[in-house]
Design a protein around this ligand. Structure first.
Ligand SMILES: Nc1ncnc2c1ncn2[C@@H]1O[C@H](COP(=O)(O)OP(=O)(O)OP(=O)(O)O)[C@@H](O)[C@H]1O
Ligand SMILES: [Mg+2]
Length: 272
């Protein structure tokens, strides 16, 4: 079976930039590359996609969400797809965090395997009859049945890393167990990593420290079958803009967006 163009972001630590990268990549695929794209808010513990993209359909039913779909509340994924104000870009949102948190706390493994089956059905329908070119999952951080399900569904994953010793360390166990298994099962699978929020060195000593850190870990990930993409700096103006409600797409900040374009190109070229 041909693998399907499904991307998932992930990280073991929160706040590394998964959501920021997911939404900007989704917008780039949709508006710049004219690919029909759907972004799914798979962070059921702390959903945010519905705050970034407006739907223009405020009267929609509040229970047509990704979580309700997984729970069999309605049958077809079609009913959960919402337009955004961006051309070719659609979204599937998650409900308020109380609901997702309850699921994470109470649902047993049988429920999560049923959820994975429902996700596969949704994936097939989105990329088949519904004609989507790309699905992007904005994942929950850390290891949970939920986040692992989305890792398994993806044929391209993007590990979002913040350069801090404790943050990278936490990724090791995950990589050793998970990525290795997934890569053995699906030959065409590609796993990538990106450094985000990279500080700007103020002098040569800091430059050397940063380079040493990044080079060491670059090699570590490469040795484990996870491929490098780009380094995204910490962009002050972007962080300031995020103080505004609804900010999230940063096509006007070249320092950031040029890196999004580069990651997008890598994800588009299946052989890379
Ligand atoms: N390149 C960057 N430059 C400046 N600030 C950034 C950058 N990337 C991320 N941030 C900041 O980090 C915050 C967290 O980003 P984001 O919400 O995308 O992370 P996340 O991995 O999705 O977090 P969570 O694990 O909570 O879902 C943003 O609100 C923003 O303030
Ligand atoms: Mg997030």
């Amino acid at each position: 079976m041909r693998r399907t163009p499904t991307i998932t972001t992930y990280s073991t630590r929160g706040g590394s930039g998964k959501t920021l990268l997911s939404v900007n990549l989704a917008q780039w695929f949709a508006e710049v590359k004219s690919k029909k794209t759907v972004i799914i808010d798979a962070d059921i513990e702390a959903p945010s996609i519905d705050k970034i993209f407006k739907t223009g359909e405020e009267s929609r039913e509040s229970n047509r969400t990704w979580v309700h779909y997984l729970d069999n509340y309605f049958e077809k994924i079609d009913d959960a797809i919402l337009p955004t104000t961006h051309e070719n870009l659609f979204m599937i949102v998650s409900p308020p965090p109380e609901i997702g948190k309850r699921f994470l706390a109470t649902k047993k493994s049988e429920w999560w395997s049923m959820a994975l089956k429902r996700s596969i059905v949704a994936q097939k329908r989105l990329l088949g009859e519904l004609g989507f070119d790309w699905i992007i999952f904005d994942n929950q951080s850390g290891l949970s049945m939920n986040s692992v399900n989305h890792m398994a569904l993806a044929d391209k994953s993007l590990l979002v890393l913040r350069p801090a010793n404790y943050g990278v360390d936490a990724t090791l166990e995950f990589l050793q167990e998970m990525v290795a298994i997934l890569q053995t099962r699906i030959q065409s699978r590609r796993d990538y990593f990106v450094w985000n929020q990279v500080p700007k060195p103020q002098n040569e000593k800091e430059q050397a420290l940063l380079e040493g850190f990044l080079k060491k870990w670059d090699q570590f990930f490469i040795d484990r079958g996870v491929r490098p993409t780009v380094r995204i700096p910490y962009v002050h103006s972007l962080a300031i803009e995020l103080l505004n409600m609804e900010a999230g797409i940063f096509a006007h900040i070249p320092e950031f967006y040029q890196r999004i374009e580069k990651i997008g190109e890598i994800l588009l070229s299946s052989e890379s």
